[in-house]
Design a binder for this molecule. Structure first.
Ligand SMILES: Cc1ncc(COP(=O)(O)O)c(C=O)c1O
Length: 374
């Protein structure tokens, strides 16, 4: 057998995300659980014809339209096959074997995944027990010569945000470290550092059409950076990574931004309702700025997730991570979905550890790469 690269041999076997999710209540992947603006589906149907499918994708016009939407110059923006692809692009252009990636832990595992494929090393700084990111520790780690750092803001799975003054401190402390601020959940948090790309040449920002816009299947992400960094990212990019339908879908979707804003507002309202219910029940949770909430339901978390699955409600069990035993993450969707979820959770009360000790987050900590990507 021909052996793969050493970095690939070292990777853990890929565990694909759960399949067969169609037709169930999908509260497990932080998707838009309601749907994209219906007009986007109609417009895509109208645009779909054999002639358009025969042509390789063309990017200039879409880049123009989307960069205008995001308020940047076309030269500061790259199109990617989802944020995942944008992360891979960073590794392809900037990571040599043994380069270091600095990560908060726990966080979205794809940063570590592509960095490991490139043969890099990882330094992790854990959230403290109150789910604050220890900025002093990050600053100390940056001094060790870090090639790049990734911060999901809001973070997945915690839903927490890093304060903008702290981000500024990090960007200014490490001008030679590329700092990715992944704003996949921006539409729910409303916080962005996108306007900073003109000021900080070491800053890269990503946005996605997979979450609030409800187009996860099409795969479209946008990456923003200083033009010279953007040019370096573009140089190593797969030339036709983004498909024509994704571009069309996004262009139609931004014409119906009001629908998306309303949907995000609804999610925020339901998130607050869910947290009120958790408070009332005495189930600890992390205050979230995203479209999901991380809770600690106790040692029987896997069983609770299984019971919910039997009722066709999918939620994300983090117990496979030794530091997140007992944690479930719930995506927040419509009011009707929330009602069903709460009803089922109430019927599973006997499995939930309620009114726990004042330190419910005692074992909160790191993350190990597992191959689960959402
Ligand atoms: C923080 C974060 N970034 C990016 C993604 C994936 O985005 P995309 O669908 O654009 O690849 C996710 C998906 O769960 C995520 O949680």
């Amino acid at each position: 057998m021909i052996r793969p690269r050493k970095a690939v041999e070292r990777l853990k076997k890929y565990r694909p995300p759960q399949e067969g999710r169609g037709g169930k209540m999908r509260l497990d992947f932080n998707e838009n659980t309601v749907g994209c603006p219906p007009e986007v589906v109609r417009a895509l149907r109208r645009a779909l014809n054999p002639e358009m499918l025969t042509r390789y994708p063309e990017y200039d016009e879409s880049r123009e339209i989307l960069s205008r939407y995001f308020g940047v110059d076309p030269g500061q923006m790259l199109l990617a096959n989802g944020t995942d692809d944008a992360i891979k692009m960073i590794c392809d252009s900037f990571v040599d074997p043994d380069d270091t990636l600095l990560l908060p832990a726990p966080t979205f595992p794809v940063y570590e995944f592509f960095h490991s494929v490139a043969g890099g090393q990882v330094i992790r700084v854990r959230y403290d027990q109150n789910f604050h990111l220890p900025v002093e520790e990050l600053l100390a780690a940056l001094k060790k010569g870090v090639r790049w750092m990734a911060i999901a803001n809001p973070n997945n799975p915690t839903g927490t945000v890093i304060a903008q003054p702290d981000l500024k401190t990090l960007l200014e402390a490490a001008p030679n470290t590329l700092i990715l601020v992944d704003e996949a959940y921006y539409d729910f948090s409303g916080e962005t550092v996108l306007p900073w790309i003109g000021k900080y040449p070491n800053l890269v920002v990503t946005r996605t059409f997979s979450k609030a816009f409800g187009l996860a299947a099409l795969r479209l992400g946008c990456m923003f950076a200083h033009p010279e960094v953007a040019e370096a990212l573009h140089r190593a990019q797969n030339p036709f990574a983004v498909n024509s339908l994704a571009l069309l879908g996004a262009q139609f979707a931004i014409q119906h931004e009001d629908y998306v804003r309303k949907l995000a507002e609804n999610v925020r309202t339901n998130r607050a309702r869910f947290c009120e219910w958790l408070d009332h029940m005495g189930i600890p949770y992390v205050p979230s700025r995203a479209n999901f909430v991380l809770t600690r339901v106790g040692e029987r978390a896997p069983e609770i997730a299984r019971c919910l699955r039997d009722k066709k409600i999918l939620v994300r069990d983090w117990s496979y991570d030794p530091h997140l035993k007992g944690y479930l993450r719930f995506t927040i969707g419509s009011t009707a979905q929330l009602r069903s979820l709460v009803k089922e959770l109430e019927s599973l009360q006997h499995l939930i550890e309620l009114h726990q000790s004042p330190k419910p987050w005692g074992n909160m900590a790191s993350f190990d790469q597992t191959g689960w990507f959402a």
